[in-house]
Design a protein around this ligand. Sequence first.
Ligand code: GTP
Ligand code: MG
Length: 219
Amino acid sequence: MDAGGNSDLDLDKYDSDEQVKIICLGDSAVGKSKLMERFLMDGYRPQQLSTYALTLYKYTTTINGQTILVDFWDTAGQERFRSMHPSYYHKSHACVMVFDVQRKITYKNLTVWYKELREYRPEIPCLVVANKIDADMKVTQKSFNFAKKQGLPFYFVSAADGTNVVKVFKDAIQMALSYKRNSSDFMDEVMRELENFDLENKEESSDKEETQEEKPSSA
Ligand SMILES: Nc1nc2c(ncn2[C@@H]2O[C@H](COP(=O)(O)OP(=O)(O)OP(=O)(O)O)[C@@H](O)[C@H]2O)c(=O)[nH]1
Ligand SMILES: [Mg+2]
């Protein structure tokens, strides 16, 4: 399930300069998939890896002359799974967190999603999205303080009529890129170190194997 392992291949395939991963969180039926579909309708690429639990959409865009490959990760039926597998969060650069303005419980559960997100990704940008405003425009006058309290950007959107959908995802891509370029996230540093360490170890051990092979003849 880890697309990170293919990232070099993907960069070649799409001839892109940089790659970011954006995840989507929120209760079942808040509209996560519909929001992504709405955004991706134009720039949609048929490459879509789908399992019963996970859909990965690939999207390319050009920002300041650079081609950016975006991996959007979407999950299904989260009420069944409750919490996400750690690989879902792994190496993500931004998160779009969605609730349904018509169902209060989905707003309350943002606290739960946010807590889990921060356990895995303490510092990635997170955008809070109030979906389905088409059903009752009056909700945009209500205040939803969760985002403000946590200091997160907040958007009223509708996957049904398209309100603010492009804005949310464009902002998410921009934030993901800034995060990737400027991150001083401690865990990211550690991951980078570990990856380098892994490579070095492999090189060392293959050296060793060669010298060990020679030994038996001298013994
Ligand atoms: N009125 C209205 N309905 C919406 C909107 N977005 C999604 N829906 C409806 O809400 C339902 C759930 O949407 P999905 O996108 O499948 O929800 P999801 O968050 O992906 O749900 P899971 O995959 O189960 O986690 C569908 O019946 C959609 O048609 C919206 O902006 N307005
Ligand atoms: Mg879905």
